[in-house]
Structure formats: C-alpha cells, structure tokens
Design a protein around this ligand. Sequence first.
Ligand SMILES: NC(=O)c1ccc[n+]([C@@H]2O[C@H](COP(=O)([O-])OP(=O)(O)OC[C@H]3O[C@@H](n4cnc5c(N)ncnc54)[C@H](OP(=O)(O)O)[C@@H]3O)[C@@H](O)[C@H]2O)c1
Length: 299
Amino acid sequence: MKKARILLIGINGRLGWELQRTCATLGEIVTADFPELNLAHPKKLGALLKNIQPDMIINAAAYTNMDQAETEIKLARKVNALSPGVLAQYAARHNIGLIHYSTDYVFDGQKGSSYLETDIPNPINTYGTTMLEGEQTVHDTCCAYFIFRTSWVYSLRQGGFVNKVMKWAREQKILRVVDDQISNPTWARMLAEATAQVIAQGDHNLIHFMKEHAGLYHLAGSGEVTRYEWARRILALDPKMREHVMEELKPAKTIDFPTAAVRPRNTTLNMQRFEETFNITLPHWDASLQLAMSECSKV
Ligand SMILES: NC(=O)c1ccc[n+]([C@@H]2O[C@H](COP(=O)([O-])OP(=O)(O)OC[C@H]3O[C@@H](n4cnc5c(N)ncnc54)[C@H](OP(=O)(O)O)[C@@H]3O)[C@@H](O)[C@H]2O)c1
C-alpha cells in the first residue's frame, strides 16, 4: 500500500518538532519551514503545495509572539489566517485532509467555567483574533479537517513558560507569578501523540474518517491550574533545583505585569467532545509535567 505523504509545517516549533517524531510511523513526512515555506507569503504557497503534492497537511506553524502581534497585525493575519486559508483551499480542491491548531485565546476568559466548542469566541488580542479568523476560514473552506484548539503548550526543548520559570529561579531571589490566569498546561509531546493516534484511527480510509469527524475540538492537558500553581510544581520538579537562587515564590496579578497584548483570565477548555469522539484523553497536566521533567533529568 502506498504510504501517505504528510506535509508537516512548523517543524521547528514546540509542537511541530514533536509531531515530526510521533507521526513518523504514519507515512512519509515531508517537512517545510523557513525559508522555502513562509506563511507570511500566502500567495506563494500554491506553487510549493503543487510541487509537494501531499496526501495530508498538518499545520503546526503560527505567529505566536503575542505581544509583537499587536504591532505586526498584518503579518500575524497572513500567518494565522490567510495562509491557513490557502492550505484549506488546496485541501478542499485535492480532496485531502488538513489538521490545524488553534488557541484558547480565541476566548475572552470571562465565562467562569471551562469553555465548550459551542461557546462564542471573543478574542481580546490580535493573536487570538487572527487565530480565530484562521479557524473560520478552515471551517468554511475545507470538509476534511480537524481544528485542535489547545492551551499553554510547553516543551522543555525550547522557550515557553516551563523553561522561563526554571531560568528565573536561577536568577531571581523573589519570583512573582500571576495567580489570576487559569488554563490547561499541555505538553507538546502529548498533543503530538494524541494527533498521531487520531490519524492512525483513520488508517483504513483517512479522508473518509476526517470528513465523518470533521470539526473543531478542544484538546489540552486534563485539569486546570493557575500560572502560579503551575510555576510552583515546575520548581518542585526541577531536577536541578540545587541551582536555584530563588528564596520565595510570590503570587502576583496580571495587572502587575503590563504587556502589549491583553491576556484572558480563565480559558480552561472542556475536552469532552474530543474524548468522546476519539476515545483519547490527555493525561492530567501534573502527570505530564512529571514525565517531561523526568526526561530532562537524564540530560
Ligand atoms: N504555545 C502555546 O502556549 C500555545 C497555546 C495555544 C495554542 N497554540 C497553538 O499551537 C500551535 C503550535 O504552537 P507552538 O507552541 O508549537 O508554537 P511555536 O513553538 O511558536 O512554533 C510556531 C512555529 O511556526 C513557525 N512560523 C512562524 N511564522 C512562520 C512563517 N511566516 N512561515 C512559516 N513558519 C512560521 C515558527 O518558526 P520560527 O521558530 O522560525 O519562528 C515555529 O516553527 C500553534 O497553532 C499555536 O497557535 C500554542
């Protein structure tokens, strides 16, 4: 049987790096990233897609620098909305599947309980607005698609909150972390593995499977936590905690750290639709964090 050609976009990001590994058994992974693939130039994508002729597209790339997006609105829109639209058009025209990721930041965080896919989004910053536009264009254009809305994605390999907290603890005696932002920390590895498992479920006829289950799904680590509590667990699990100079972790408020992009407060996601459709549940965020940290203790 011919192996599917899966075009994976964004391989140098937290999620894309993991996807390249977890999806390796599912087909021939064709990767594309800067400079040959630049989502800032949606009009140039067509030629690249024609050249690659994928059987499926996974788009893990996005303009994720939330604060910078406030001044680079046009660029954020091209990467997060217009280019996903081109990918969706290609997928629709060639009858192939598209997996696209989105964010809890499409919500304003005011609901007071976990968000369902049926809740009306109301983004409060440019990143969230452009990501929502991306979702809508994929939904309107393509019929074999999954949009996985995720939250607080981390990887110990690069950047992100977990690495920042461990770095701050080595530099600052008093560490202040907000306790009024709540969501579901998601280890990029688990998100990638869940994605691969979903694709594997459609092995017999992927395009039919994707059309049958097409839609938007919330997919993030189980359980919810404040950034402050999350930081506390990161510090407790840091395998090299003897390097900490930090003496105290103090709770703070979002208002104490003015940023260009406003952060929503409680963007906890309800994962029931994903769990019931695919019979997959991501582990509790704390269990994933322990696994991620145990890996970093070996290096
Ligand atoms: N990180 C989070 O907390 C979080 C939360 C909710 C949802 N998500 C969503 O989850 C998905 C994966 O996020 P992530 O955390 O893996 O993001 P990430 O680590 O920031 O990676 C994003 C990737 O997109 C690439 N990219 C940016 N602009 C591009 C362009 N113009 N052309 C081609 N590639 C470009 C980046 O390349 P460079 O590295 O070279 O810039 C990077 O490889 C995204 O859809 C994101 O919006 C993330």
